[in-house]
Design a protein around this ligand. Structure first.
Ligand code: SF4
Ligand code: SF4
Length: 377
């Protein structure tokens, strides 16, 4: 296992099993200054592509400070409350953020934190863990191949401005969020432990990290994307060089690729059936998929989502459920990579490294968005 730094000031104490790590941590958090674990950013590069506006097909959250800054810069901004959070309102017909013009942000100097920080995403759990959103095409994906060897991918040399914004917010208001997350984790830990289903995060990673995680032929299981009538934010999206991002939606007889327009409409690009049998991969493609699945396993948000589902009635223990979910992620990457290959005229039956990369791009954000017992910064 790689060393896993935790919240500053609370790393040395070894809590008793059953007492739960969170009880010891919670008391310490009010005294601790939370630090940010950036290990999952190491080795990755980032250059925003000027012709891509993928991450602007959303309604970004606004902190009070961000809202005030935005309204001072653009008094005409439409802002709404959604699920207890303030957000930039979507356009009347959906589509991109109201401030996106072609692929430029009209309020760049006053854009809110999620925009300043993308493609860095921070999960607030037992610690603050930053990860890269691999749906972003500005992040080369090759460091993932080194994750299969479970060696650190290198130093964090990039994401300077994104991390400046993250660190400024960490310094302000994360102790309360961390304490709330830890209370929720403690409740889940107790109930799963009482049923003999709890396995600590490090133990799960140790058990699964030793093995291949990609689905075998028997384990391959395709899940369809949501129907085209669902909210845009639920559809898997990716950038493939077109003016608008492409979304995959369940259509009649296959998956429909739709080029999205900033104003809310779309142009159908074609239909392709996902493979019924698991596509085969060459050696490089296999290495990339394995590396990606080990990267997913290293994300705190992945296991915290598994815990939450187990606490809500899903069967099994933490390790088995995590293994099953990694196979599902692997199947999705293969199916989406294959569909993208078919849409370009290939058979989609034999996938190379670029096909697996395309599958990862079309999958990663969905899994980062799953609810967890923690929260996002
Ligand atoms: S998705 Fe990535 S490359 Fe595209 S606009 Fe956003 S940050 Fe830039
Ligand atoms: S505020 Fe700017 S950067 Fe943020 S989603 Fe809107 S257009 Fe994109």
């Amino acid at each position: 296992m790689r060393a896993r730094p935790r919240v500053a000031g609370v790393t040395d104490r070894q809590p008793e099993r059953g007492e739960s790590e969170s009880e010891g941590l919670e008391g310490s958090l009010s005294r601790a200054s939370p630090t940010l674990d950036v290990e999952l950013l190491s080795g990755f590069d980032f250059n925003c592509l000027p012709n891509c506006g993928l991450c602007c097909f959303t309604s970004p959250r606004l902190s009070p400070g961000d809202e005030a800054r935005l309204l001072a810069r653009a008094p005409e901004a439409k802002v709404v409350s959604r699920a207890g959070e303030r957000c930039i309102a979507a356009r009347p017909q959906g589509g991109a953020c109201q401030f996106l013009r072609e692929t430029k942000c009209l309020v760049h100097d006053a854009r809110p934190a999620p925009c300043r920080e993308f493609p860095v995403s921070v999960h607030v759990g037992t610690r603050l863990q930053a990860t890269v959103v691999l749906t972003c095409p500005g992040v080369p994906i090759h460091p993932l191949t080194r994750w299969s060897a479970r060696a650190p991918a290198g130093q964090v040399l990039n994401f300077r401005t994104e991390l400046e914004s993250v660190r400024a917010r960490v310094a302000k208001d994360t102790s309360r969020k961390l304490a709330e997350s830890l209370r929720r984790r403690r409740r889940i830990l107790r109930s799963l432990d009482a049923e003999g289903r709890w396995v600590d995060e490090d133990r799960v990673r140790e058990q699964l990290g030793r093995s291949a995680l990609a689905p075998s032929e028997e384990q391959y299981d395709v899940e369809d994307p949501p129907s085209g009538n669902d909210e845009l934010e639920l559809l898997p999206m990716y950038f493939d060089g077109r003016v608008g991002p492409v979304a995959l939606a369940l259509g009649l007889g296959g998956w429909e690729a739709r080029e999205l327009s900033a104003d809310g409409g779309f142009r159908a690009l074609g239909l392709a059936a996902p493979p019924v049998r698991r596509p085969t991969m060459d050696e490089e493609a296999t290495g990339l998929l394995e590396g990606y699945l080990h990267y997913v396993l290293a994300r705190d948000s992945f296991l915290a989502a598994v815990h939450l589902e187990l606490s809500r009635g899903r069967e099994g223990n933490v390790t088995d459920a995590a293994r099953e979910d990694l196979r599902t992620v692997g199947s999705l990457v293969l199916a989406r990579g294959s569909v993208r290959a078919k849409l370009r005229g290939a058979s989609g039956a034999l996938l190379g490294k670029e096909d697996v990369e395309r599958g990862i791009r079309a999958t990663d954000l969905d899994w980062l968005d799953r609810p967890t017992w923690g929260s996002r910064l």
